[in-house]
Design a protein around this ligand. Sequence first.
Ligand code: APR
Ligand code: ZN
Length: 293
Amino acid sequence: MRTKPTLTWTPEGEPAPRTTDLAEVERVLSEGDVVVLSGAGLSTESGIPDYRGEEGSLRRHTPMTYQEFVTSEEGRRRYWARSHLGWRTIARARPNAGHRAVAALRAHGFVSGVITQNVDGLHQSAGTAPVIDLHGSLDRVVCLGCRRTSAREALDRRLRAANPSFAAATTRINPDGDVDLADEMVREFRLVSCVACGSGVLKPDVVFFGENVPRDRVERCYRTVDEGRALLVLGSSLTVMSGLRFVRHAARSGKPVLIVNKGQTRGDAHAQVRVDLPLGKALTELTGRLGCS
Ligand code: APR
Ligand code: ZN
């Protein structure tokens, strides 16, 4: 069964109180073994917009769905043309102070596991390992025919060779790694297929809207949450069930849930503390206080 894409969420009732005081987050972290669940808000300070924040991409752009990608060659052409241009920006993006702080917290044992909903690889670039890429990663490509995965860089070279004069004045990048592009530009774009099987359709190895996260990956996340003492959400509106389920699970298991995020989230009712601060600043402050900056 495929889930219907959840694009937005409308808060109901009184918002839960939020604070700018980091004391409780510091206290829980100081006891160690906290699991981080990060979202697009952690990468905005690296120049990649989020989906639903103040300047979120969903305000101006409807992302490709899995159904459209697999059923429509036109849809795939549009996706790859836009993504081909957007990839440069994603590949060039550097981790920010927030990613570096998570790496330091992980290295010192304050954090025991990192689950990210982001597909930009910036936790890994900051030196965090291992990371569970819940929604996959833009640096890999999967063949829908033979299921083999390959490096995005290799595909990038092939797409450049197939489209030597393809360049466009692009508008802003989206967190999915694509850009907005005029239809006439899309029509010129030439697709390539899988080199391993010769004919398979290539898809970025990310979970599209309307696609389910592979079951074993979800199980790995549940285990990571179970092994931790608390769950710390960083920069996610928790709109999609894919991330929210771990918050609900942690809360049901009696584990503290802490959220650092600008604005309300769909998981607020499950959290014991909600800190409303920019992540670079907040996480740098925390590593300083915990002596691991
Ligand atoms: N500091 C703190 N919070 C921030 C910052 C920042 N610098 N920048 C943005 N935020 C907050 C936004 O206000 C917003 O509440 O981060 C949150 C990001 O939420 P979303 O844009 O909804 O991103 P995310 O929760 O990661 O989305 C989950 O939904 O669209 C799908 O598959 C996609 O992985 C994605 C999933
Ligand atoms: Zn193949």
